[in-house]
Design a protein around this ligand. Structure first.
Ligand SMILES: [Zn+2]
Ligand SMILES: [Zn+2]
Length: 373
């Protein structure tokens, strides 16, 4: 396929910026220039994440100039894909015209955690300001995000999007990467192991899909919304359990032949979720927490110790998990498209956010088309 050599790049772009909590307003910003090892991305689509809603209302975990992100000309949004329109110096890994999805966390690249591949746990998180900026970058968290039309990104954070994948589905690659990272810390080689996923939001649904693609079985999904469980079945769940109607712990055990499962990927953030996850795994089992509750919760530690249960927390999409998720999707090991439910132009971002926040009309992943204003 002939590659476009140059693309028209405007001087300015439309961008939403965060004022006071819950106040977004449209402004014009300068289109940034890519530096060494960076590319300029024309953002074609961005998915709204629950963390965006958290940042827009409460600030954390975004950190701009070492402070909460309010009134700092900050643009949120982090689950995006687009087209490369300009290359910075030294870039030969990609060409103008390539379609790519973007990992959220670039990290600083120089701290011990980044060197281990744990760049979502960078020890210089937010240290991209002040007299000695350490170069840390997390789109929509510590640097400008994607509720705009162009962004600069390091080549390390890019993954290719195949021609036959839609922009909307490509925004889900990063979320599938988070699910993949969760399965990674649970053991990686999950083939033949039983897996329960608690919570059928985007990460949970894609956790089902990735777990199934990697050969886990049975894969059991729990949630309290029947419509979401139906989507879980489409993504490959062997059993779905409505926790509003029956005990999730007992139903998971029943679905696994009367015994606890090997792994739980906890994606609900429900107050009792940790205790229930501990009760769902068998002795020596592993639980990965990919969601958090808004208040501290109490946990029955004795069950963890007496049963030798491993408990992990993950942040985002470390260890190049996004590349592996992208490979599974490019090889069509699963169809992520049922997770995408709504599409809005960038000009209607507030309405799109309302759909995501209130889960209107069965909203799961709401996607913005960034070049439509
Ligand atoms: Zn997200
Ligand atoms: Zn680092």
């Amino acid at each position: 396929m002939a590659r476009v050599l140059e693309m028209d790049i405007p001087e300015t772009m439309k961008a939403w910026v965060l004022g006071d909590p819950d106040q977004l307003r449209p402004v014009e910003k300068h289109v940034p220039h890519p530096g060494v090892a960076e590319v300029l991305v024309r953002i074609d689509a961005v998915a709204i994440c629950a963390t965006d809603l958290e940042i827009i209302s409460h600030g954390s975990p975004a950190l701009i100039d070492g402070e909460l992100p309010f009134n700092k000309n900050f643009t949120p949004g982090h689950e995006y894909m687009g087209t490369i329109v300009a290359l910075g110096p030294t870039v030969d890994e990609y060409a103008v015209g390539d379609r790519i999805a973007v990992e959220i966390h670039a990290g600083c690249g120089r701290c011990p955690r980044c060197r281990m591949g744990m760049y979502t746990s960078c020890l210089n998180y937010g240290a991209n300001f002040g007299a000695f900026p350490k170069g840390h970058r997390a789109n929509g968290y510590t640097t400008d995000g994607a509720f705009t039309q162009y962004a600069v990104n390091h080549v390390n954070t890019l993954v290719r999007v195949p021609d036959n994948m839609s922009d909307e589905v490509a925004t889900l690659i990063v979320t599938a990467g988070t699910a993949t990272y969760g399965l990674d810390v649970l053991g990686g080689l999950v083939a033949g192991n039983s897996l329960a996923v608690t919570g059928a939001g985007p990460i949970g649904l894609l956790g089902v899909a990735v777990g199934k693609a990697l050969g886990a079985g049975p894969v059991i999904l729990t949630d309290i919304v029947g419509e979401r469980l139906k989507i879980g079945t489409r993504l490959g769940a062997d059993h779905v359990i409505n926790a509003a109607r029956e005990s999730a712990v007992e139903a998971v055990q029943r679905a696994n032949g009367g015994s606890g499962v090997d792994f739980v990927l906890e994606c609900s953030g429900a107050p009792r979720a940790v205790d229930e996850a501990i009760a769902m795994v068998n002795r020596g089992g592993r639980v990965c927490l990919a969601a958090f509750s808004h208040r501290p919760v109490s946990v029955d530690i004795s069950q963890i110790v007496m049963n030798n249960i491993y408990l992990f927390g993950i942040r985002g999409e470390g260890q190049s998990a996004v590349r592996r998720a992208a490979a599974l999707m490019a090889q069509q090991k699963f169809d992520a498209s049922p997770v995408h439910t709504h599409t809005f132009p960038l000009s209607e971002l507030p309405e799109a956010l309302r759909h995501a926040r209130e889960k209107l009309n069965g909203a799961i992943k709401v996607v913005i088309r960034n070049q439509e204003w």
